[in-house]
Design a protein around this ligand. Structure first.
Ligand SMILES: Cc1cc2nc3c(=O)[nH]c(=O)nc-3n(C[C@H](O)[C@H](O)[C@H](O)COP(=O)(O)OP(=O)(O)OC[C@H]3O[C@@H](n4cnc5c(N)ncnc54)[C@H](O)[C@@H]3O)c2cc1C
Length: 389
C-alpha cells in the first residue's frame, strides 16, 4: 500500500513490525474484531529481520519452566491455525539434547522441567544414541535425552499465514512504511515515512530495531543484536538424514543445533548459537575479519559428529538474534504510557511463541490483564536499568 496521508481514523490497535511477533499480535487483535493496522518498514516478505527462513524449532525441553509452559499453550494456537487454514505448519521429529559435561546445570534443569510438567521424554546413553542413529558419531560420555514431542515449524509459511489471516479478519497491512516517531498519549500518534496514524493501543515488536524505537520513548534496555550464520551441509547420500531428529549440543559458551534434511532436501541445517558477532541491524553483512568463527566451528563439528555430510557448507543464510543479558525475553508495557506494549529481546527463541506473545502484547496494550503471568519476563528485572525507565 502506498501514499497514506494523515488519517482521521483512530485505530483500536497499531502494531509496529511485521515479524512473527508483530504479525502474531496483529492477527490476534484483528481476529478479536479490533480495527488494527500493521506497519512494516520493508516490503514483505523480507529476510532482513529475525523471522525469515524455512524452519524454527518448537520444543518442550527448556531449562526455564515458563518457556515450557508457554510452548504448551502456543501448540494449541498453531493447531487452531492449521485447522482453520487446512495447512500443516509443524513437523514432529523429536529433539536430542546432548551435553558432554556430566550433570551440567542447563541439562539438569531442562530434564527437571520435563519431569515437573509430565512431558514425554526418553533418557538415552551414548551407546543407545549411536545404535539408533548410526550416521551420528559421539564418543565417550554424553548426557542425553530425547524430547519426543519436539519438532519444527515451517517458519516462512507460519509468518505468511498469520499475515494472510490478519487481512482476512479485516486488518490493514502497510509494508514498505517505516515508523519514524511515536507521540504517546491516551490516543497515540504514529508518524511514518508515508503519513501519520492515531490509535488507542500500540504494540511495538521491532525485533533487532527495538532500541531505535524505544530510546526516544525513554526506554533504555540492555539489548544486543548478534549476527548468526545458518549453514546447510550436503548429504553424501541423498536423504540419509531425512528421518533424523533435531539435535542440540551445548558446546563451549553456546550450543550447536541441527535439523534433519527437510528444509532443502539433501541438506542438513546447522547453527551455532554463540554470541560473538555484534552488529548494527542496518549493516548486518558489513565485512569484518571475525565473520568466519561460527562457520569454522560448525565445519569441525560436522566433520567430527556427522560423517555422512560433506564438511564444507553448501549454503549459508544470515539472521540476527536480539538478546538480553540472561537471554530471556521481554514482554511488558511502557512504564509510563500503559497503552504501549513492548515485545523484544527474544534471544533466539521467540518464533514458536509468536501468536501467544502477540495475544499477550495486544491484551496489555488494550489494558486487559494478560492471561499469562509475565512477572519473570517484565523489563524491571534489569534493575540497574530501572532508574532510566
Ligand atoms: C538463525 C536463527 C534461528 C532461530 N531458531 C529459533 C528456533 O529454533 N525456535 C524459535 O522459537 N526461535 C528461533 N529463533 C528466534 C526467532 O526467530 C526470533 O526470536 C523471532 O523471529 C523474533 O521475531 P520479531 O518479530 O521480534 O523480530 P523480526 O522478525 O526481526 O521482526 C521485526 C520487524 O519489525 C520491523 N521494524 C523494525 N523497526 C521498524 C520501524 N521503525 N517501522 C516499521 N517496521 C519496523 C522489521 O523490519 C522487522 O520486520 C531463531 C532466530 C534465528 C536468527
Amino acid at each position: 500500500m502506498a501514499g497514506h496521508m494523515a488519517s482521521t481514523v483512530v485505530y483500536d490497535c497499531i502494531v509496529v513490525g511485521g515479524g512473527i511477533i508483530g504479525s502474531g499480535a496483529a492477527y490476534q487483535m484483528a481476529k478479536e474484531g479490533h480495527k488494527t493496522l500493521l506497519l512494516e518498514q520493508f516490503s514483505l516478505p523480507h529476510a532482513r529481520g529475525s523471522s525469515s527462513g524455512p524452519s524454527r524449532i518448537i520444543r518442550n525441553a527448556y531449562a526455564e519452566d515458563h518457556h515450557s509452559a508457554m510452548v504448551q499453550e502456543v501448540q494449541k494456537t498453531w493447531e487452531d491455525i492449521e485447522r482453520e487454514t487446512n495447512t500443516t505448519l509443524r513437523r514432529q521429529t523429536g529433539m536430542l539434547v546432548l551435553n558432554q559435561r556430566r550433570n551440567a546445570e542447563s541439562f539438569v534443569s531442562t530434564r527437571q522441567t520435563l519431569v515437573k510438567r509430565q512431558l514425554p521424554f526418553e533418557d538415552l546413553t551414548t551407546q543407545q544414541l549411536t545404535a539408533r542413529y548410526p550416521l551420528m558419531s559421539y564418543e565417550g560420555h554424553y548426557d542425553c535425552l530425547m524430547d519426543t514431542e519436539a519438532g519444527f515449524l515451517i517458519a516462512n509459511k507460519c509468518l505468511q499465514l498469520l499475515q494472510e489471516l490478519f487481512k482476512k479478519y479485516g486488518g490493514m497491512l502497510h509494508d514498505g512504511e517505516k515508523v519514524t516517531r511515536i507521540e504517546p498519549g491516551r490516543i497515540v500518534t504514529v508518524h511514518t515515512s508515508k503519513g501519520q496514524y492515531k490509535t488507542g493501543a500500540l504494540v511495538l515488536a521491532a525485533g533487532p530495531w527495538a532500541s531505535e524505537l524505544l530510546k526516544p520513548l525513554g526506554v533504555h534496555l540492555p539489548l544486543k543484536v548478534w549476527k548468526v550464520n545458518v549453514c546447510y551441509f550436503k548429504e553424501k547420500v541423498h536423504s540419509s538424514y531425512v528421518n533424523y531428529p533435531i539435535m542440540v549440543d551445548e558446546v563451549g559458551e553456546g550450543f550447536v543445533y541441527c535439523f534433519p534434511s527437510q528444509d532443502y532436501p539433501g541438506y542438513m541445517k546447522f547453527g551455532y548459537h554463540l554470541l560473538w558477532d555484534e552488529v548494527d541491524p542496518d549493516s548486518r553483512d558489513k565485512w569484518t575479519d571475525k565473520r568466519q568463527v561460527d562457520i569454522d566451528h560448525l565445519k569441525s563439528y560436522v566433520r567430527k559428529h556427522y560423517p555422512g555430510l560433506e564438511s564444507e557448507p553448501s549454503i549459508i543464510e544470515k539472521c540476527m538474534y536480539t538478546c538480553t543479558p540472561g537471554e530471556d525475553i521481554i514482554i511488558d508495557t511502557h512504564p509510563v504510557h500503559h497503552n504501549i506494549a513492548i515485545g523484544c529481546g527474544f534471544s533466539g527463541k521467540g518464533f514458536k511463541m509468536g501468536p501467544l506473545i502477540g495475544k499477550i502484547l495486544g491484551d496489555l496494550a488494550m489494558g486487559k490483564p494478560p492471561k499469562y503471568d509475565i512477572k519473570p519476563i517484565r523489563m524491571n528485572r534489569f534493575m540497574d536499568q530501572k532508574a532510566k525507565l
